[in-house]
Design a protein around this ligand. Structure first.
Ligand SMILES: [Zn+2]
Length: 295
């Protein structure tokens, strides 16, 4: 390290080339001062120190990758504001919607409702790095809530939850979907935390982190099972909220709700669906109907 420049609480440090390299190459490392930060925000910085220590242990990895530094500087500067500005919120929403290609039609949801929007979430983690930056922002928003652990409903929601938990350096668990009997055909899916993980969430302040919340069956099922495990659920975090069900559930259960994007959507019970009434064929992309018929 030859030079150092202070930028607020960030120290930018110039770096030599690794031993054995003929010519120097660009790069810099940073250090963060997290004094005076809240517990959750300090978790971010603890995770960062651990990463830096790990990097230091590798003999040939003297320079932090540029993308990583960009993220660090962006995060640190952004963290000095309580909320992104309107323009940034719009950019964040566009990023999410671009990543989640929305289809329009007449679809059967996991909850049993019918809806006009559908997202092929299997594609979400095809490019993990693109989702990662959104998960970091979600982690930053959840950091101030003093959570101890993150729980994500399988499948893609658990990927988002895992990335957020890793970023906050918190404990992580997931919930598995199962089909249960239902008298009215709505919310037929239940979610259960595996036996080996159930005791680990007892008494913990937990955030349920998901990919997209529409009718909210995954979040509701995970919430119910976390409570049965003795966890204290305090927040829901998600990349996208469709419609109003997530807000209604969060308000009813007194949970904080953090989302990076919102999109209007209308849900109908099968008996009230105008698309059914108009004779439009119901599409079941995830084959939820097979589960409904088995109940
Ligand atoms: Zn319908």
């Amino acid at each position: 390290m030859h030079t150092a420049m202070q930028l607020g609480s960030i120290t930018l440090m110039g770096a030599d080339a690794p031993p054995g390299r003929g010519k120097p190459f660009g790069g810099f490392d940073i250090s963060l001062d997290d004094s005076g930060r809240s517990r959750g925000e300090a978790s971010l910085c603890r995770a960062e120190r651990r990463r830096q220590n790990n990097d230091a242990a590798r003999p040939n990895l003297l320079v932090t990758p540029v993308w990583h530094v960009h993220r660090q500087v962006w995060r640190q500067l952004d963290g000095q504001r309580s909320r992104p500005t309107g323009i940034e919120e719009k950019a964040m929403q566009n990023d999410v919607l671009e990543l989640l290609a929305i289809r329009r039609g007449h679809f059967l949801l996991e909850s049993g409702h019918h809806a006009e929007l559908w997202l092929d979430l299997e594609l979400l983690y095809r490019r993990p790095r693109r989702v990662e930056s959104l998960c970091f922002e979600l982690a930053r928003r959840l950091a101030s809530l003093s959570i101890d652990a993150v729980c994500g409903p399988l499948i893609e929601g658990a990927f988002v939850g895992l990335t957020v938990a890793s970023e906050l350096d918190l404990e992580y668990s997931y919930a598995e979907r199962f089909v249960r009997a239902s008298s009215d055909g709505l919310f037929p899916a239940g979610y259960r935390i595996p036996e080996a993980l159930r005791e680990s969430v007892r008494g913990k302040r937990v955030a349920i982190v998901n990919d997209v919340i529409n009718a909210g069956s995954a979040v509701r099922g995970t919430y119910v099972d976390l409570q049965q495990c003795g966890a204290i659920v305090v927040a829901i975090g998600t990349l996208l909220v469709l419609g109003t069900s997530a807000d209604e559930f969060a308000a009813h259960e007194n949970l904080a709700l953090e989302t990076l994007a919102r999109q209007p959507n209308t849900l109908w019970t099968p008996g009230q669906c105008p698309l059914c009434a108009a004779g439009m064929a119901l599409v079941d992309p995830a084959e939820f109907g097979a589960g409904l018929r088995s109940t």
